[in-house]
Design a protein around this ligand. Structure first.
Ligand SMILES: [Mn+2]
Length: 313
């Protein structure tokens, strides 16, 4: 698969890199990582990155390209870190001459002409690192730094059980470049003191179902003025619930313009089928979906509560 992917990259002179919208560290990490990988190995190629602003990673200061439709003519579109086509940041990938995808979500649909999908990888960035290593591509400090950022964020700092021997082998491969880990971790994890206090306030909002599913429900009126504040303010709340003794499933709900965002997590159960049932997807122990209203969100919570009563896998 990697050989075929490399063939496509070699063949096209114009390459446009996509990833999922509302990007996280892995989406942007794999996007920037692959951008530099192509630029460093094939400097004459025209390479673009598209997508919405990475509000969750303000330190990056990347300006994504705004391309007219014509740019897609004769181009290769690469899609990263996307399990479902509706999540892709710019649907004009369909206008490209050829499409290629690198992804680590559970496979649910064919998206690209060549889908390189392996859900045993902790991150799409790890998959791209494996591609670079296998194809013996030249690795620069920029490429290594961004791919490492994707690996570290999507593995929960090498804690989630998708973390494997291969994860560390690839991290070691990337660290052959002098990545500034202190700066990277500071950028990713240091918070304003006011945010820490806000988190503490949110701790008090955690509730539990009968079978100990922890959840936070943030209604529209609980959010500060301005509709686009919703996903930013609430992202991160889900991780407040991950180390509570006796809690094996947890979920964060946030009301937004397009419905209620649901972030599902577990350390024992496969919660993915429930996310899929409500139109979402992701991984066995970390999935998400957007449901139309609070009533549906509470149905989803009831499904999780029922799952918590069963034997863990
Ligand atoms: Mn990912």
């Amino acid at each position: 698969m990697f050989k075929e992917a490399l063939k496509l990259i070699k063949k096209y002179d114009k390459i446009i890199i996509h990833r999922h919208s509302h990007p996280d560290g892995d989406a942007v990490g794999s996007q920037l990582g692959l951008y530099y990988l192509i630029k460093d190995n094939f400097p004459r190629k025209e390479v673009y990155m598209v997508g919405d602003v990475a509000t969750r990673l303000p330190f990056l200061e990347v300006n994504f390209d705004e391309l007219p439709d014509e740019t897609y003519k004769g181009a290769l579109a690469v899609i990263l870190d996307c399990g479902a086509s509706h999540m892709i940041c710019d649907e004009r990938y369909k206008l490209a001459a050829k499409t290629l995808r690198f992804d680590h979500h559970i496979y649910c649909e064919k998206i690209a002409d060549l889908d390189v999908v392996d859900s045993t990888f902790e991150s799409a960035s790890g998959l791209v690192a494996m591609f670079a290593k296998t194809c013996k591509l030249k690795l620069s400090l920029s490429s290594a730094t961004y791919l490492y950022m994707g690996m570290v964020t999507d593995s929960g700092r090498f804690v989630f059980d998708s973390t494997s021997a291969r994860t560390f082998e690839l991290a070691a491969f990337l660290l052959s470049q002098p990545i500034d880990l202190n700066t990277l971790y500071y950028n990713l994890y240091a918070e304003d003191f006011s945010e820490i206090i806000e988190k503490a306030d949110n701790m008090h909002k955690i509730k539990f179902t009968e079978n100990n599913v922890a959840y936070i429900y943030t209604a529209r009126e609980d959010l500060p003025e301005g509709s686009d504040a919703a996903p930013v303010v609430s992202s991160g709340l889900v991780s407040l619930m991950h180390d509570i003794k006796g809690v094996y499933i947890w979920v964060n709900f946030t009301e937004a313009d397009d419905g209620v965002h649901c972030e599902l997590r577990s350390n024992r159960y496969n919660i993915n089928p429930i996310a899929v049932k409500y139109g979402g997807g992701g991984h066995k122990k970390a999935s998400g979906c957007t449901v139309p209203d609070k009533k549906t969100a509470l149905q989803l919570l009831a499904d999780l509560n029922a799952l918590a009563a069963t034997e863990a896998v």
